[in-house]
Design a protein. Structure first.
Ligand SMILES: Nc1nc2c(ncn2[C@@H]2O[C@H](COP(=O)(O)OP(=O)(O)OP(=O)(O)O)[C@@H](O)[C@H]2O)c(=O)[nH]1
Ligand SMILES: [Mg+2]
Length: 294
């Protein structure tokens, strides 16, 4: 039996969470086209007959601008220490810059590393070999595996390469576990995902979602009440929209996903609140669940 921890590291928006979801076979981490979607360290577990992969999703590397992004970068820095393997996710479609090389070289010294060169479904195939060669010449020693999470391409090869680097050992989590996160956490994240998809610029980045109520009634319906906390009163107006239409739409998409996730009907209510500049206020951040794990 092979089992171990695999830290999934890379720049923001590279496709880390998408790849983990596809490998695990369930949605354990939210995804969006905007950078800085993942804010926490989230475990996603893939169980096979003789292998257990514990993927550690992390916030993508991005320049820190406030106390929240600063905390996110510290989370990422600590997440790839003390793991068995590092899976570095690189957005192949975005090309290779000296920044990418530098980051890969820094990360590869912490543990055995493999590069997943992803999004190959939306880029010219001939660039893959060129980029892999370039990385090698620049001092990246890890093997490069071209994949597409969206099209499910080359994932078996990637898994086998990861498994080869995992230590022998018993399962870390029991076989029915796919994530270390609670239903309550995922409910809030699903709402945050729909907000990331619906709103532009700084608004979604300044949103935290808090669960006030999450319970299953006797008739099986889940009652969910959420606070959508934003940073400024003009953001609140935009979030709600004319006649409440914008928020209603985001909540409706969220409700459908929650129902799929929970396997039952959901009655969802939301309130929008303002907490001025909460992303720079440690006390509020902690209250919203963003705290250092050390
Ligand atoms: N075409 C294509 N798009 C992909 C692929 N994998 C991810 N994406 C898209 O890339 C965007 C970012 O994906 P995420 O999985 O949220 O990226 P991430 O690395 O987790 O981002 P952060 O959490 O912000 O660091 C989303 O729009 C995904 O749909 C892929 O294999 N092919
Ligand atoms: Mg992510």
């Amino acid at each position: 039996m092979k089992s171990g921890y695999i830290a999934v590291i890379g720049k923001a928006n590279a496709g880390k969470s998408t790849l983990i979801n596809v490998l695990v076979g369930e949605k354990v981490s939210i995804v969006s086209p905007k950078p800085q979607t993942t804010r926490d360290r989230i475990l996603g577990v893939l169980n096979e007959a003789d292998r257990q992969f514990v993927f550690v999703d992390t916030p993508g590397v991005y320049r820190a601008r406030n106390a929240l992004t600063d905390l996110m970068m510290r989370t990422t820095e600590t997440s790839y220490k003390d793991v068995d393997v590092i899976l570095y996710v690189h957005d192949g479609h975005g090309g290779v810059s000296s920044d990418d090389v530098e980051l890969m070289k820094k990360v590869q010294s912490a543990a055995p590393m493999i590069v997943a060169y992803t999004k190959i479904d939306i880029m010219p195939a001939e660039r893959i070999a060129e980029d892999a060669k370039r990385l090698g010449e620049a001092g990246v020693t890890a093997d490069v595996y071209p994949v597409s999470a969206r099209k499910g391409k080359n994932l078996r090869k990637l898994k086998d390469a990861l498994a080869a680097l995992l230590p022998e050992g018993e399962r870390i989590f029991s076989e029915d576990v796919v994530s270390d996160r609670s239903e309550k956490f995922m409910i809030a994240e699903i709402m945050r995902e729909k907000i990331l998809l619906k709103y532009d610029r700084e608004i979604p980045h300044g949103v935290a979602v808090l669960v006030n109520e999450f319970r299953r009634r006797e008739d099986g319906v889940y009652e969910v009440n959420l606070d959508v906390v934003c940073e400024k009163s003009n953001h609140k107006a935009i979030l709600i929209g004319k006649g409440g239409r914008a928020l209603k739409e985001a909540a409706s998409f969220a409700r459908k996903d929650m129902e799929k996730f929970l396997g039952g009907k959901v009655f969802l209510t939301t309130y929008v609140k303002v907490r001025e500049n909460w992303r720079d206020r440690e006390g509020l951040m902690r209250e919203f669940g963003y705290r250092s794990e050390e």
